[in-house]
Design a protein around this ligand. Structure first.
Ligand code: SF4
Length: 403
């Protein structure tokens, strides 16, 4: 709190209680960028510098009660309490894995909940953030996709996940031992289908008056919404990850259905343009490849992938598929995983294997499900499909369930 200049510091009044109707009409400042907050203050007849004060209180000190913002006059604090609020989403439940991973189930309006995962590793703390309630894209290996889709998260609900994790680890206090140092937009949802809110929240993650996370430590992962990816470079320069998962269109059409609309060549060309537009030319695209037993884990797939990516500046992250109840895919064998990696390394690619973290609390990649009031009714269809699959005799069991 030392960075905040005090004026009228003797005042410690709590906010006046307000009725639900009054609260509903208040604007939530949590997800507002500096520019949006400046506009807000100008609109209520105040100076723009108040925006900086609010950002620091909320995102550097974790304070959401106007009454204790002691460098803001009592009159303005009371005025703010009448028209605005700072309301992070609520944590419904929290699980801690034996490996230190922490998963939050976070309540969002409309009876929905999303999951957010914090993964510690040495001095690093990576937060995997959700951008939508469910997902409309229905990738065949993904638990979120099976849940169907409800809605986009607001910027407040996205940055609220960072705020909650930071608060949970005492990051807003002096001497915190754990911090959110990295953010990956790889949780529930396709970030580029919620473009404006995702861009605004990434802006807050990186802003010096907020969390100050380097652009090299914020990664947006997309399954390939090409028109939005083509616009991304105009707004941000965060790291880019592509959820590829297949070396050719035929297989990718089955695993990642949006590929039928934006095939691999179109996607890689768009990703290349994004990277080419960054001031730092040494950055690489991360290719995410979930390895599924007997689906995309054969040596010929690895060779085909190496050929496909030969001219693209990439590093490759192999992710062993994590089984979940609505899928009959199986985990890749260790032999197939190592063989696949070696082929890519021999072809000259930096190729890592993502360590499975938090699988005792269902927090591993592809396992996030949350609670989605499914407007697409897709989750019902998958349950019926799985029942048919489970009840089928051996000779009628399909090789895999692909929608
Ligand atoms: S992998 Fe990503 S884009 Fe595909 S269904 Fe899951 S959350 Fe959506």
């Amino acid at each position: 709190m030392s960075s905040q200049q005090q004026d009228q510091s003797t005042d410690t009044s709590t906010p006046a209680s307000s009725s639900p109707i009054e609260r509903a009409s208040k604007v939530n400042l949590l997800g507002m960028t500096q520019a949006e907050l400046e506009d807000f203050f100008l609109n209520i007849g105040e100076k723009k510098f108040r925006a900086t004060q609010i950002l620091k209180w909320v995102h550097q000190l974790g304070v959401v009660d106007f009454a204790v913002m002691t460098n803001i006059s009592k009159v303005l604090r009371e005025k703010l309490a009448q028209v605005a609020e700072i309301t992070p989403p609520k944590v419904l439940e929290q699980w801690d894995s034996t490996d230190g991973t922490r998963k939050f189930l976070i309540c969002m309006s409309g009876g929905n909940a999303v999951e957010t995962v914090f993964i510690p590793e040495g001095g690093r703390g990576t937060l995997c953030v959700s951008s939508q309630v469910g997902c409309s894209l229905d990738c065949s290996f993904c638990a979120t996709g099976k849940q169907g889709f409800n809605r986009d998260l607001s910027a407040a609900e996205i940055i609220g996940q960072v705020w909650i994790a930071a608060k949970s680890f005492g990051q807003f206090e002096e001497g915190a031992t754990r911090k959110v140092t990295n953010v990956v937009l790889m949780g529930m949802g396709e970030p580029l289908l919620n473009f404006d809110n995702v861009v605004a929240s990434m802006n807050l993650m990186m802003h010096d008056n907020c969390y100050g996370i380097s652009k090299r430590r914020v990664t947006l992962s997309t399954s390939g919404v090409v028109p939005a990816l083509d616009r991304l470079g105009e707004y941000t320069d965060v790291c880019l990850a592509i959820s590829l998962h297949a070396p050719n269109d035929e297989l990718r059409n089955q695993l990642v259905p949006i590929n039928k609309k934006y095939p691999i060549a179109m996607l890689l060309a768009s990703a290349q343009r994004y990277i080419d537009g960054l001031p730092d030319q040494r950055r690489k695209i991360t290719i995410e490849y979930t390895l599924i037993d007997h689906v995309n884990d054969r040596p010929e797939h690895a060779h085909e992938l190496a050929e496909l990516l030969a001219e693209v500046p990439v590093k490759i992250n192999l992710i062993p598929f994590n089984p979940f109840s609505l899928s009959n895919y199986k985990k890749v064998s260790n032999n197939a995983l190592r063989r696949f990696q070696q082929i890519l390394i021999d072809a000259g690619f930096t190729t890592t294997i993502r360590t499975t973290r938090g699988d005792d609390i269902d927090a591993a990649c592809g396992q996030l499900a949350g609670k989605v009031n499914d407007r697409t009714r897709r989750s019902e269809r998958y349950k019926i499909d799985m029942e048919a699959f489970t009840n089928a005799s051996n000779d009628t069991i399909p090789v895999r369930l692909i929608p």
